[in-house]
Design a protein around this ligand. Structure first.
Ligand SMILES: C[S@@+](CC[C@H](N)C(=O)[O-])C[C@H]1O[C@@H](n2cnc3c(N)ncnc32)[C@H](O)[C@@H]1O
Length: 244
């Protein structure tokens, strides 16, 4: 992993003299997702989509040609890394070390711990099409480790950080995981966006919440009952003595 990671760091830092690194990293994720939008995995052909084109053009408009080449180079490094080190998480590593630097509690689980957890959870299970879900997936590295055990499952990740949801989406796509990533709050169920990835032979497809299995199949919580009457310490059974 080290060589490609170092190369990725070096490449993105070339943008730093003109662009905010955090924004450039986010733009790289958006450009990557747009580039693989509705791409037929067999033919590599992409369905045209006006909303996707607009998002792509708006994202790249603050970059000059040389800088765009740097973004393309960084995407290339990610792809090479998948060939040499499948299921490793360069994006999450860069995010931790160069973007959040620990802010907002953004530390992800070390890869070997993810691997151990995946081994314990799914090591002996070679059945296919199980659904594996991380409701606070970060860059999706726990799911990458689960895919190391058995990539024929379906993988689901949710995160309330847009950057994390995009990292997981790109990680899923590049490593050939099939499933869904939701950018949502897994506790309050607020929905912000999401993607189906590598399903039905198509790369990355943006979805709305009605199309989301994560959102649609979440256990329905019973409606909170109105509190009939709040008991106070004065309302003690009549047989008890009250002190005051
Ligand atoms: C410590 S990281 C763990 C990421 C990943 N599961 C791992 O083990 O590497 C916690 C993640 O939870 C996300 N998160 C926190 N509150 C959340 C919520 N209410 N809904 C969804 N994601 C949340 C954060 O954005 C962060 O990416």
């Amino acid at each position: 992993m080290t060589n490609h990671y170092d190369q990725f760091v070096k490449t993105l830092h070339k943008l730093e003299y003109k662009h905010d690194l955090s924004k450039a990293f986010n733009d790289l994720l958006t450009v990557g997702i747009c580039s693989f939008h509705r791409t037929n995995i067999q033919t590599q052909l992409q369905e045209q989509d006006e909303a996707n084109e607009t998002l792509y053009m708006n994202t790249i408009k603050s970059y000059k040609r040389d800088d765009l080449n740097i973004l393309a180079e960084a995407l290339g490094v990610l792809q090479l890394n998948v060939l040499d080190n499948p299921y490793s998480d360069i994006l999450g590593e860069f995010f931790m070390q160069h973007i959040t630097k620990g802010q907002n509690g953004q530390y992800f689980t070390p890869e070997h711990v993810c691997d151990m957890m995946a081994l314990i959870q799914c090591g002996n299970d070679q059945s296919e099409r199980n659904r594996i879900f991380d409701p606070a997936c970060g860059s999706g590295r726990m799911l990458l480790s689960a895919a190391k055990q058995n990539h024929k499952n379906y993988f689901f990740g949710a995160d309330n950080s847009e950057t994390c949801a995009k990292m997981a989406t790109l990680n899923f796509f590049l490593n050939g995981l099939s499933g869904e990533v939701a950018w949502m709050n897994s506790l309050s169920m607020e929905w912000y966006g999401g993607w189906h990835i590598n399903t039905k032979g198509i790369g990355i497809i943006p979805i709305n919440k009605e199309q989301s299995q994560i959102w649609g199949e979440a256990p329905k919580m019973p409606k909170p009952r109105p509190i009939d009457k709040v008991k106070s310490h004065n309302e003690q059974p009549s047989h008890q003595l009250s002190l005051f």
